[in-house]
Design a binder for this molecule. Structure first.
Ligand SMILES: [Fe+2]
Length: 406
């Protein structure tokens, strides 16, 4: 402090109470030297500038410029700073006040400060105001999409020419029956010129590596191995079809294991390919249906193809009873069966799995004994009506179509 200058001392209400000061005028107190010494000691402990030279700040009663706002934006972050008299005491108030674009930025960290500043005029009248200082650092928002099943209804209804569709499901690769699969590929080759489209109808992959029911996984099997074997099968199909064939891939409950494994999704979701990513289906021109329970493809006017949710020996009947005005074509039960009402039919078209594989011993032998190999052919005529030929493969792994025995 300089000699022959007048200073005012800024005291907090707590200090006034502590020193038992009595006012001589509103906001002015008499203080003796001992008390001053004590306050000096207190002042040195605090960070505030306690002694302010009188006459200096009386020129400008507002110690800082109000509403001093700055917004600095860079590619890798943004910084917002406010100083003024507007009371901002929460992050929400700060974000409302600065109108940050939260679709573009998210808050990394923030600081709030407030302090009282007193000013005095020549008569010694003291005015006290609270200044607020807020700083918010932002980082760019990264778009993260959680992988989850999405409902789709695919329709195929062109009536310009007769269409021949092949539907195959419950292959359960890599635990499929290799003899049956090779015969199916041969069937595709022989009928190549007639085939309009193919639907792989769910449970094409077994995905034992993602099973939450079974702890045992065969040696050498992991998700990468299952995907690469599946990719080989997709290659085998594509090599036997014309390049302009329509290709549709439906998820089944086994592909859905990928979404059901919450732990995998939470920790590794964005780094692990989903089944259709693992099979490179998008870049190969396949349409993809990931909602195995609700999604379906309608061929022509009235044939709905989907993986299937009904179980047991009466699945075809139960499915038709549930939606009696539609025709249904599904897999899921690994059984073969049809059920009709007066106008519509429900087709349950079997599977392609290796019945003797250890993998399926979790199902009792009575149930496995009812499983059948099969697939289906659906013609859609120019009136958009459907004509379905379910192909049941017999115990010798043979089937018959258009005069050819496979
Ligand atoms: Fe299946």
């Amino acid at each position: 402090m300089k000699k022959n200058k007048k200073y005012r001392l800024v005291l907090t209400p707590k200090e006034i109470k502590l020193l038992s000061l009595s006012p001589i005028k509103s906001n002015r107190y008499r203080i003796n030297e001992k008390q001053l010494d004590l306050i000096g000691g207190l002042a040195r402990l605090g960070k505030r500038k306690r002694f302010q030279e009188l006459g200096k700040d009386t020129q400008n009663p507002r110690p800082i410029k109000d509403n001093d706002i700055s917004w600095e934006e860079k590619k890798d972050g943004a910084f917002w700073k406010y100083e003024g008299y507007t009371s901002i005491r929460s992050l929400k108030q700060a974000l409302d006040f600065c109108k940050a674009d939260l679709s573009k930025w998210h808050v990394d960290r923030y600081i709030f400060n407030s302090w009282d500043v007193s000013t005095s005029d020549k008569l010694g009248n003291i005015t006290t105001a609270t200044n607020y200082q807020v700083k918010v650092w932002f980082l760019p928002k990264i778009d993260f999409k959680v992988k989850k099943p999405e409902f789709r209804h695919i329709t195929v209804d062109s009536g310009k020419a007769l269409q021949m569709w092949v539907i195959v499901g419950c292959v359960h690769r890599p635990y499929h029956d290799k003899v049956v699969w090779d015969k199916f590929l041969n069937f595709l080759e022989v009928n190549k010129q007639d085939i309009t489209g193919i639907i792989v109808n769910g449970d094409y992959l077994d995905l034992r590596s993602l099973s939450s029911h079974e702890d045992w996984i065969p040696e050498g099997i992991d998700l990468g191995v299952e995907y690469s074997d599946g990719l080989q099968g997709i290659d085998e199909i594509e090599r036997r079809l014309k390049s302009d064939v329509k290709k549709i891939y439906h998820y089944g409950n086994h592909e859905d294991r990928f979404f059901r494994d919450k732990k995998i999704n939470r920790i590794y979701g964005s780094t692990i390919p989903s089944p259709h990513e693992g099979l490179e289906l998008k870049k190969r021109g396949w349409e993809i249906m990931t909602d195995w329970k609700n999604g379906y493809t309608t061929l022509g006017r009235n044939l709905d193809v989907f993986h299937g949710v009904k179980t047991g020996m009466n699945a075809a009947k139960d499915q038709l009873h549930a939606l009696p005005r539609r025709n249904h074509l599904f897999n899921h039960t690994h059984r073969f069966g049809t059920f009709s009402n007066k106008t519509n039919t429900s087709y349950n078209i079997g599977c392609m799995i290796d019945f003797d594989n250890e993998m399926f011993k979790y199902v009792d032998r009575g149930v496995r004994n009812a499983w059948s190999h099969g697939f289906a052919i659906a013609y859609i005529d120019t009136d958009l009506e459907n004509h379905v030929y379910p192909i049941k493969i017999n115990k010798n792994k043979n089937f018959f179509f258009k005069g050819v025995t496979y």
